[in-house]
Design a protein around this ligand. Sequence first.
Ligand code: NIG
Ligand code: FE
Length: 416
Amino acid sequence: MSLIIKNIDCLVTCKGSHLKKGKEMQNAGIIENGYIVIKDDTIFEVGNGDGYKKYVDDNIEVIDGKGKTVTPGLIDCHTHVVYGGSREKELSMKLKNVSYIDILNNGGGILSTVRETRKASFESLVSSAKNRLDIMLEHGTTTVESKSGYGLNIETELKMLKVNKYLNKIHKIDIVSTFLGAHAIPEEYKNDRKKYIDTIINEMIPAVKDENLAEFIDCFCEEGVYSVDEAKKILVAGNKMGLDIKIHADEVESIKGAELAGEINAVSAEHLVAASDEGIKALADNNVVAVLLPSTSFYLMLNNFARARKMIDEGVGIALATDCNPGTSPTESLQTVMTFACFGMKMFPEEIINAMTINAACAIKRENVIGSIEAGKKADICVFDSKNLDYLIYHFGINAIRYVIKNGNVVVNKEN
Ligand code: NIG
Ligand code: FE
């Protein structure tokens, strides 16, 4: 054995390697006075009381969990963490009530980040994204999904995905890659969107597959961006070439993006602030993970959040993520997202932790390896300075991490 965490006041296991849907999200598998025994990079045994004692010897590191809440390593299953530049100039436009889609259609928003990302070297994209990943790890995130989508040409889309691949190799955080060539229509194709869509299907997706640079394909399906028909064409083409489907759906307007997600068997549908009742039913019926991004809702200043309570009542499985990006959610912290999930969407602490661990693992098809604390799973674990789970959500605006354990190693240690 290599590491033991003992006497844990609140051990939140999130046990079970499947999508927790509806009411099942309320069970986070909490053990009082729990312990975890780790062997190399894997969880060996989980229990409560003194059961860990038989494994203690001089060579084992022991962490005391008294006064702590311990959870699976947090999984950020929707990010745009690789990008050039920043967009603080849009803040004053937003304060003057210029809408997000209007900023985009006037060459700002995503398109301004596209200009910066095209200009940026591979090295500078690595360096800025690495800084963001460092902050994520400090806040308890141990696995991250990362999308392309600020290239919108083959050269820069591949550059972004290669940055993901490189970061996955050098950074402690594991990175799962998503191809999002359909994030906006690039300015040079403004008057011929069909041609750009053909380029995505006939050139970009084959190149991504050729070099094995992504597992998922995504599309920003939204009024004024990609229509439902266009999204379907792109996503189905990607799926035929071996990429699993994700979709940015019904973020601002209800255009039946959630319904499409059900129809084409998407692994996940994301945002869903404006998803219709039928759309919510389609997600539940087809086991599509609803990835909700409440820090984006907050940041867009639209005064409305996705209908998490309705989704839970209808039996949907919800995951939560930061959406870390330079326009609508410039944050690396899933702890910040906990605050908005609770105070904006009225999600309960148990639901929130399931949504950032096992259900987030389902959104990136890693539920058999990570997302819960049980024997056989990877030892990715957060130790929070928090006497119980409610306290973790109640005390907001701080970083409550005491230790982060990744692959069985203590990689963040705030003990002084
Ligand atoms: O998930 N909605 C589309 N894409 C991102 C925002 C990207 C940006 O504004 O740069 C999102 O919110
Ligand atoms: Fe996004």
